[in-house]
Design a protein around this ligand. Structure first.
Ligand SMILES: *Cc1c(COP(=O)(O)O)cnc(C)c1O
Length: 376
């Protein structure tokens, strides 16, 4: 069969598909920003696949830039980091399918235990010594041992340590109000942490590594830093308190797959919610709500094409969005940037969060599986 010469191939075969590119350089720059604000050990939290940026990619970049620990929600996620060759200490704290003590011990993964029952179950199955962090509730009421049971938890940990089933190496809290960037709002949790440290010391368990702050506390309130800070959002360019400009760590691009010149008065997309008010050009991007483009966006939403911002018009479909490019007619295959680190006309994840009435975390963790992943 005759094949067309490469140069005559249809251009559609050369489109770069919708791609989420992670920028490890930005992750490293964010670790530097964090280091400038704390002397405590930095844990890089890479749960939810590194906030959608690739857990291994983010972990490697963060460790190379000075993070000393890694954090995930499950031992399974932690084991994947070990399999990728990451050697830093790892803490897991949510355990969606319970704690696999054998896997934790084998992969040298620390586990946070947040209740007497959880610790009891761990002690019942621990064959070799598991390193644990006592997770105390410091005001979140979302996991962590309630204060009235701290002494029971600590006493059980003490017995488990004597039996060499566990070793208490950490004490963990979480700040419920840190996004307010107000040290006074954090004060009760800081005091609670000190009380927990005191109770642990009084039980003869020494002074294990204490950690309370996530990104907001780390960036705004040194009193919350203790021995270690647990930073996730900050690594990928999100300051939940909105006080520090971090570096966006990903770029989402999509090729224009179809363009059309239309007359004034042309309805666009399902239900015709947008009607052109002039003769214009429309470009279709093959990325929709199944790929994480929020369906609930305001008319301000836009994308960057060749250095300019153009609005997303009409309904967001499952697989596509339409861009009104005005007098410009871009050829199929032209790349549009949906979001990126910002600058020029490129929207940021903070822009998308504002347009969708959400937080940037849901934008980056919501990018669907059809979008190709790549690392700069
Ligand atoms: C997700 C999480 C963090 C990281 O929070 P960021 O605000 O993303 O830095 C820290 N600690 C716990 C317990 C978490 O669940």
């Amino acid at each position: 069969m005759n094949r067309a010469p490469i140069a005559l191939q249809s251009r559609s075969s050369t489109f770069r598909p919708p791609t989420l590119r992670t920028l490890p350089v930005a992750v490293a720059a964010n670790v530097v920003e964090i280091r400038a604000r704390t002397r405590s050990t930095i844990m890089a939290v890479v749960k939810a696949d590194g906030y959608g940026h690739g857990a291994v990619t983010v972990a490697r970049a963060a460790v190379a830039a000075g993070a000393g620990w890694l954090g995930t929600t499950s031992v399974t996620e932690a084991s994947a980091l070990r399999a990728a060759g990451l050697a830093a200490p790892i803490l897991t704290w949510l355990h969606p399918s319970g704690i696999d003590a054998e896997a934790a011990a084998a992969d040298r993964v620390d586990v946070a235990v947040g209740s007497v029952d959880e610790l009891g179950a761990l002690l019942a199955q621990a064959a070799s010594t598991v390193r644990i962090h006592l997770h105390v509730d410091t005001g979140m009421s979302r996991g962590g041992c309630p204060r009235r049971q701290w002494h029971e938890l600590i006493a059980l940990a003490q017995r488990g340590q004597r039996a060499r089933r566990v070793r208490v190496v950490g004490v963990m809290g979480h700040l419920p109000l840190a996004d307010q960037a107000d040290p006074a709002a954090n004060a009760p949790a800081v005091a609670g942490m000190r009380d927990a440290q005191q109770a642990i010391r009084a039980a003869g368990l020494g002074s294990p590594l204490a950690h309370l702050a996530a990104t907001s506390g780390t960036l705004n309130d040194p009193a919350t830093h203790f021995g270690m800070v647990r930073v996730g959002a900050g690594l990928v360019g999100i300051d939940p308190s909105g006080t520090v400009m971090m570096h966006g760590a990903s770029r989402l691009t999509a090729p224009i797959v179809h363009t059309a010149a239309v007359e004034a008065g042309t309805p666009v997309g399902y239900d015709g919610t947008y009607v052109t008010d002039r003769a214009t050009h429309l470009s279709v991007l093959p990325i929709g709500y199944a790929d994480g483009i929020p369906r609930e966006i305001s008319p301000q939403a836009g994308v960057e094409i060749r250095g300019r911002r153009f609005p997303v018009v009409g309904r967001v479909s499952m697989d596509q969005i339409v861009i009104d490019t005005g007098a410009e007619s871009f050829s199929a295959g032209t790349s549009a940037t949906v979001f990126g680190p910002g600058g020029d006309a490129v929207p940021t994840i903070q822009d998308w969060a504002r347009w969708a009435g959400t937080i940037p975390h849901t934008i980056v963790t919501g990018i669907g599986p059809r979008v190709k992943r790549s690392t700069a």
